[in-house]
Design a binder for this molecule. Structure first.
Ligand code: NAP
Length: 261
């Protein structure tokens, strides 16, 4: 089965690096028009230019997911440039590695404001628009339905990871948020699912793999290896497609078996 996303519009938050950058490339290569959102607009512009050079319609928008007015402005700009959003990849996220007693209020707010509050209000803003489209299209053909929300949670949302308590809490909440959205918005043809990646090499953790603690951690991973962003390609495209309508509210571990042990 060759899954194509031609005619679909996708918004990827956190597209300025790591997984988000890869997600945007893969969706674009699969035929979608892609809106790239994050704070480092120079990096988004460089990616948009590279995507356009390979024939993908791409548009960069500034978005700080911790600010609701920035979310609204970014979505409006993305829609004006590319059309109504069919697929949201809710990916922006940050981490703070500390022992429980060391967290400051600022650390806590930084992680929660980005990973949880930000992800909720991005999904709410896109979801509201998808619901409005579905209502307007009721009785018409199904093309305006079929919204897809893909929340990027983490293995940490399934089991707490050492020295990542607040991060793990934020991602566990994303798991429940995913189920709530699947339940409430499913009748509008909107499928909400979560990907829980294991350790994938990106800017969020790259330096860690060189440290003694990182090397030790590698030894407990099922195949003693860190994943690469491309390891999520097939799963992402499957969840973004307007087929697979019965896959809704799924929390999918993509961690090479880490959370299974
Ligand atoms: N890598 C892993 O092993 C792994 C495992 C499980 C889950 N994840 C999750 O995957 C997602 C992507 O992480 P990554 O590994 O690709 O890390 P990354 O390379 O550090 O990317 C994080 C992205 O989030 C964006 N971001 C951070 N704060 C933001 C804000 N306030 N507003 C908008 N965008 C913001 C960053 O863009 P700007 O700084 O330009 O705004 C960046 O594009 C995160 O949710 C992370 O928790 C990663």
């Amino acid at each position: 089965m060759d899954i194509r996303l031609d005619g679909r519009v996708a918004l990827v938050t956190g597209a300025s690096s790591g997984l988000g950058e890869r997600f945007a490339r893969v969706l674009g290569e699969s035929g979608a028009r892609v809106a790239l959102a994050a704070r480092r607009v120079d990096r988004l512009e460089a990616l948009a230019t590279a995507l356009r050079a390979s024939g993908v319609m791409a548009h960069a928008v500034a978005m700080d997911v911790t600010r609701l007015e920035s979310i609204e402005a970014g979505i409006e700009e993305a829609q004006a440039a590319l059309g109504p959003i069919d697929v949201l990849v809710n990916n922006s996220g940050v981490s703070a590695a500390k022992r429980l007693g060391e967290y400051t209020e600022a650390d806590y707010d930084h992680v929660m404001d980005t990973n949880l509050k930000g992800a909720f209000f991005v999904a709410q803003a896109v979801g509201r628009r998808m619901v409005a489209r579905a209502r307007a299209a009721a009785g018409a053909d199904d093309s305006a339905r079929g919204g897809r929300i893909i929340n990027i949670a983490s293995t940490a949302g399934l089991r707490p990871l050492a020295q990542l308590a607040v991060y793990s809490m934020s991602k566990a909440a994303i798991v429940q948020m995913t189920r709530s959205m699947a339940h409430e918005w499913g009748r509008f043809g909107i499928n909400t699912n979560a990907i829980c990646p294991g350790y994938i090499e990106t800017d969020i953790n790259r330096e860690h793999w060189e440290t003694p603690a990182g090397q030790k951690l590698l030894q407990i991973l099922p195949r003693r290896r860190v994943g690469q962003p491309a390891d999520l390609d097939a799963l992402l495209v499957m969840l973004a497609a307007n087929s697979g309508q019965f896959v809704n509210g799924a929390i999918i571990a993509a961690d090479d078996g880490l959370s299974a042990g």
